[in-house]
Write a protein that binds this ligand. Structure first.
Ligand SMILES: [Fe+2]
Length: 345
C-alpha cells in the first residue's frame, strides 16, 4: 500500500495520499490549494491516477485543494452530505463506504468541530479530521460547531474503535504525526472529563482567536464547484424540466455515471444505462459501449450523476472523443428529484 502523510507548514494541515499499488488509483484527503503542484508531482512520480479528493469537513484555516485537483485531473470531489460547499461530485454519509481500487474507507459522521465533520476508518487506522487531534480536539466555536455533539462523536464513535487503531488527524501544531486511540484515551487532556457537561464547559472556556485565514478560506471553500458555464454555453446542459421530456424517448440514451452504492441508495432514472465515471474512458473510446451505441443509433447521450459535476466532465470528455450528441443533466439526480422525476431502485 502507498500511504503518504504530507504537511502544509503554513496551516499545520496533514494531507494523506492513499493508493493500493504503484500505477493504480489514488485518493487524497484534505489537500491544501497552495500545495497542489507538489501533490500532482508526487502522484506522477508514483505513477498514480488520482480519482477522488476528499475533505473531512469545510475548512476555516486554509483553502481546499479539491477544486484545483478536480480541474487538473478530472477526479471526483467528495464531502459529507451536510457540507455547505456549493457542489461536490459525491456526498457521503454515516455507514457509506468510500472506495478506490484496492482501498475502502468506512464513513463515520463525527460532527462537533463543524456540523459537516467526518472521520474515515481504513483497516488499522482512522482519519479523524479536526474531530480528534493528537492530545487535543478541534475547536467547536464556529461553523455550527457543537461541543455536545463532539463529545458524542469522540466518546460514542471514535473511542469505540480498538485501542491500537492509529489516529491520523487533519492538523497538528506541535510536531506529532500519529497517535493511537488507546494513547488518546490515556493522555488526551481534553478527554479527562467525567461528563458531557464538563466537556462543554471546557470547550466554552477556550476563547480561541479566529483562524487567520478564516475570512478568505470559508467563502472560498463554499465555492468549490466546477465552473459549468462553458458546458452550458455550448448547449450541452439540459435542465431537469427538459430532462423530464427526454427520458423514455427512443432517440435518447440516458447514462448513469454514479457508483453502485449511490444507485442503490438514491435510486435510478428509469431505463438508464450504467457507466461508472471512473471507467468512462473505456466506454467512450472507439469500440467502447457508449461510443458504439452513439455511432450505431445516433441517439442523444444524456449523462447524469449525483449533482451534475461528474456528468459535466463526462460531456466534455465525450465531446472530445467526437460524440457530438452528448449532453448532461444539470444538477444531477438531485435536481431530477426536485423536479418530480421518477426513480426506480
Ligand atoms: Fe477544521
Amino acid at each position: 500500500m502507498i500511504f503518504r502523510q504530507l504537511f502544509d507548514g503554513v496551516s499545520g494541515t496533514y494531507t494523506y495520499l492513499l493508493a493500493s499499488r504503484r500505477g493504480g488509483e489514488a485518493m487524497i484527503l484534505d489537500p491544501v490549494i497552495a500545495r497542489v503542484d507538489r501533490y500532482l508531482q508526487l502522484i506522477a512520480e508514483l505513477d498514480l491516477h488520482l480519482v477522488k479528493a476528499v475533505d473531512t469537513h469545510l475548512h476555516a484555516d486554509h483553502v481546499t485543494g479539491l477544486g484545483a485537483l478536480r480541474d487538473r485531473t478530472r477526479c471526483i470531489t467528495v464531502m459529507g452530505e451536510q457540507t455547505k460547499a456549493d457542489v461536490v461530485s459525491m456526498r457521503v454519509a454515516e455507514g457509506d463506504r468510500l472506495t478506490i481500487e484496492g482501498i475502502a474507507l468506512d464513513v463515520l459522521y463525527t460532527p462537533g468541530h463543524t456540523d459537516d465533520s467526518y472521520s474515515f476508518v481504513m483497516g488499522d487506522r482512522v482519519f479523524t479530521g479536526d474531530t480528534l487531534l493528537i492530545r487535543g480536539t478541534g475547536r467547536t466555536d464556529f461553523q455550527n460547531g457543537d461541543a455536545r455533539q463532539q463529545y458524542d462523536s469522540i466518546f460514542g464513535k471514535l473511542l469505540k474503535l480498538p485501542d491500537d487503531t492509529l489516529v491520523f488527524p487533519a492538523h497538528d501544531y506541535k510536531g506529532d504525526t500519529v497517535s493511537t486511540i488507546g494513547e488518546e484515551k490515556a493522555f488526551n487532556p481534553r478527554l479527562r472529563v467525567s461528563s458531557v457537561d464538563e466537556y462543554v464547559a471546557l470547550m466554552a472556556g477556550l476563547h480561541l482567536p479566529d483562524p487567520k485565514m478564516m475570512d478568505v478560506a470559508i467563502p472560498a471553500n463554499m465555492k468549490v464547484g466546477l465552473a459549468q458555464d462553458e458546458v452550458a454555453a455550448r448547449g450541452w446542459a439540459v435542465s431537469a424540466a427538459e430532462a423530464l421530456t427526454l427520458v423514455g424517448r427512443p432517440d435518447v440514451a440516458v447514462i448513469d455515471l454514479r457508483e453502485r452504492g449511490e444507485r442503490a441508495k438514491h435510486g435510478v432514472i428509469p431505463g438508464s444505462l450504467h457507466a461508472p465515471y471512473l471507467d468512462l474512458a473505456e466506454y467512450i473510446e472507439r469500440g467502447g459501449m457508449i461510443y458504439e451505441l452513439a455511432a450505431a443509433t445516433n441517439k442523444r447521450l444524456l449523462f447524469y450523476c449525483a449533482f451534475g459535476e461528474r456528468s459535466a466532465m463526462a460531456v466534455q470528455a465525450a465531446q472530445d472523443m467526437g460524440l457530438a450528441t452528448a449532453c448532461h443533466l444539470q444538477g444531477g439526480i438531485d435536481a431530477w428529484k426536485k423536479a418530480g422525476g421518477a426513480l426506480t431502485r
